[in-house]
Write a protein that binds this ligand. Structure first.
Ligand SMILES: [Zn+2]
Length: 223
């Protein structure tokens, strides 16, 4: 899970005096752009198969049901497994990748997630991500296993790119790493921590800013 963009233009269907739906076509279109067609929880490309998810559960925060800042796109797998009583970090407000250490333990085949700052939202986010990638009580169902396998494949491939670059410091090998850090790519949080772990972070720092730069620019523009 990484920081995601949240455009300042609120979709028109949410601005009606009595909104009919929270997942209108304009909401869906805006979320696809803001989140680069990825689920905000698992970072997988949802390939048009997504649901509009309420960050703060609509059952508890009824007044946030039609609130743009509370809406994110999630894949059906993640949306269906996010408990209504979990209040997680808002990825449009926090650099999640800086707060949560997100790593893959290839030996034990599970993900390790820890929070660097204490807090209940941080703890709930850790719990949710562990549940999504490791399964409920560490037992994955078929979809959970598919998600884990996909993440593992990408992590192993990215590690190979880092190793190739370590062994052969060529512009071509460097570019391959940069390409895999593009905002449209999947599992960027895990790649972020692989860079740190392998002492490559300083070299690729300018390629892992994702939404931060855009956000800083927007903030400057507003002043
Ligand atoms: Zn997902």
């Amino acid at each position: 899970m990484i920081r995601v963009r949240k455009s300042e233009d609120v979709p028109a269907s949410l601005l009606l005096a009595n909104p009919i739906a929270y997942d209108g076509q304009d909401v869906q279109a805006a979320l696809v752009i803001d989140q680069d067609e990825k689920c905000y929880l698992c970072e997988q490309q949802h390939r048009q198969n997504f649901q509009v998810e309420h960050l703060k559960p609509k059952t508890i925060y009824t007044r946030l049901k039609y609130t743009w800042t509370n809406l994110f796109s999630a894949c059906p797998y993640c949306n269906g497994r996010k408990p209504n009583d979990y209040e997680i970090l808002d990825p449009s407000q926090h650099n999640i990748e800086d707060i949560l250490v997100q790593k893959l333990d290839l030996v034990n085949k599970h993900i390790e997630i820890n929070t660097l700052t204490p807090g209940s939202q941080e703890e709930f986010t850790v719990k949710l991500l562990k549940k999504l990638f490791n399964g409920k009580n560490n037992i994955r169902d078929i979809k959970g296993q598919r998600l884990y396998d996909d993440l593992q494949r990408e992590v192993i491939f990215f590690l190979k790119l880092l190793n190739d670059y370590k062994n052969e410091n060529t512009p071509d090998n460097k570019q391959k790493i940069i390409d895999h850090l593009d905002i449209k790519k999947e599992y960027l949080a895990f790649k972020y921590w692989l860079l740190k772990e392998n002492h490559f972070y300083d070299e690729f720092e300018s390629n892992v800013v994702w939404n931060k730069v855009e956000r800083i620019l927007n903030e400057l523009k507003d002043k």
